[in-house]
Design a protein around this ligand. Structure first.
Ligand code: GUN
Length: 278
């Protein structure tokens, strides 16, 4: 019988815990403040930014919103980041991606003070994660670890296969599973005999960016399957990188799309804002 891992419920538990923590912090005179920068009017980004601000409001984090026009120059954006780096009252800075084509994303992410980089994208934080030092961790893979732990899935000693090698999900995911004492294999679009490798997984994390790519042929009986993908099909319906109807009958536990990993990303962003570097 396949168990559904309910990311919405778990993310709500986490946000409730954070709300209590922020309330205690306020009693001790401490406040948290997140600056959210969006450049241009990409509709998907606008939805993400709105949800991040709503989560801040619920938890009690002050949010500063910078909605900059699409024509903003790289230098103007860098100036805004510099100003926020220097503000003592701002402890988190987030630049919503993707940025317009004329702006160099790497230069922008490098400009954020690593101590305020609540997205965990700065090379200093990525480096700290890779050598086991404290730092901010990318929110989506951190959310996957919380989903597993809070659903009672043990990672230690397990065969973990990560499908996808992006800087934001696949690579930090592999490092976090290693930190939890999993035995980790990373596969990607050029991997040979892909199904042979994914079928070894006790825990399979899929972040390949292709709708319904993973079918039951990729999955060992009883595996835990975590789907990081999110896509909208021709009828406007959301689906993941995993073909849910095909995989659910062979998995022991699976995340749905929507309502699996998605809500966890914002919850972990909020955790980064509240708890700081951990
Ligand atoms: N765009 C899509 N996902 C993310 C994210 O987690 N953080 C930021 N800053 N931009 C994104």
């Amino acid at each position: 019988m396949c168990r559904m891992i309910d990311g919405k419920k778990i993310s709500e538990e986490i946000k409730k815990e954070l709300r209590e923590r922020v309330s205690e912090m306020k009693e001790q005179g401490q406040e948290r403040c997140l600056a959210v920068i969006q450049v241009g009017d990409d509709p998907a980004s606008a939805v993400y930014v709105r949800n991040k601000k709503k989560a801040c409001e619920y938890i009690g984090i002050r949010s500063l919103s910078y909605e900059l026009p699409g024509e903003t120059t790289e230098e103007e954006l860098l100036d805004t980041i510099k100003e926020l780096n220097n503000r003592k009252d701002v402890n988190g800075i987030l630049v919503q991606l993707p940025l317009p084509g004329h702006i160099d994303e790497d230069r922008v992410l490098l400009a954020i003070d690593p101590e305020k980089d609540v997205d965990g994208f700065h090379p200093v934080n990525v480096g700290n994660l890779s050598i086991g030092r404290p730092g901010y961790v990318s929110c989506t893979p951190a959310g996957v670890i919380q989903l597993l732990k809070r659903s009672g899935v043990e990672i230690e000693g397990k065969e973990c296969v990560v499908l996808g090698r992006s800087n934001i999900v696949g690579k930090p995911m592999a490092m976090l599973l290693t930190r939890e004492n999993g035995t980790v294999t990373v596969c990607h679009s050029r991997t040979r005999n892909l199904q042979e490798i994914t079928r070894r997984a006790d825990i399979l994390v899929v972040a390949i960016g292709k709708p319904k790519f993973v079918t039951r042929d990729f999955v060992k009986d009883g595996a835990v399957v975590i789907d990081v993908g999110i896509h909208r099909n021709e009828e406007g319906k959301l689906c993941g990188d995993v073909d849910f109807d095909s995989v659910a009958p062979v998995a022991s536990a699976i995340t749905p799309v929507p309502g699996g990993v998605g809500p966890m990303t914002i919850a972990m962003l909020m955790a980064n804002c509240v708890e700081g570097i951990s």
